[in-house]
Write a protein of this length. Structure first.
Length: 172
């Protein structure tokens, strides 16, 4: 089941929380609830991705992107992901979810997200996401212009470029 109460909490907190720039990182303090665990018992691999949705929502809310997207009738879309799982997150454990945009190309933003506990990275993901309007994708330059972030031009890290190239080799 989707964590709707957590979603509501994130949306409300992002509305009243510290404002962020597009190059800033969002950090959410979370806890592993019984509804997050699988039979092993640890946080389920799918739940890692679901909670990472909340990190991107927090970042979008705190940068003002959520407000602009709503006003312009844009929707958020994920077009690819790659996740590494390193250490388990046990029931009741508190952890931090970090979300940062590491760069973009003409069509997509690339997010690096991590769950951390006690100084260790438990999971790490690269997410390719963008904004969609009726009729297709919103070009990243239009998003940045709407946010008054036209001068933000980070260079995509080599590891992200390699991932993009590898994705192009995959069968459709």
């Amino acid at each position: 089941m989707y964590p709707y109460l957590r979603l509501l909490k994130v949306i409300l907190a992002s509305r009243f929380g510290e404002r962020l720039r597009m190059n800033s990182a969002s950090e959410l303090k979370m806890r592993v609830w019984p509804s997050d665990i699988d039979i092993y018992p640890e946080m389920n691999n799918g739940r890692h991705l679901t909670l990472m949705d909340l990190g991107r929502i927090d970042l979008a809310g705190r940068t003002g992107l959520m407000h602009i997207a709503h006003r312009k009738n844009w929707g958020f879309v994920v077009a690819g992901s790659s996740v590494r799982y390193r250490h388990k997150l046990a029931p009741w454990r508190r952890f931090t979810l970090s979300t940062k945009i590491v760069g973009y190309d003409e069509r997509w933003f690339y997010f690096h997200q991590e769950t951390r506990y006690n100084g260790k990275t438990c999971s790490s993901a690269l997410i390719r996401a963008g904004l969609k309007k009726p009729g297709g994708l919103v070009p990243v330059k239009d998003v940045l212009e709407a946010m008054d972030e036209k001068t933000w031009t980070p260079k995509l890290p080599d590891w992200v470029c390699a991932w993009i190239e590898a994705e192009e080799l995959r069968p459709r």
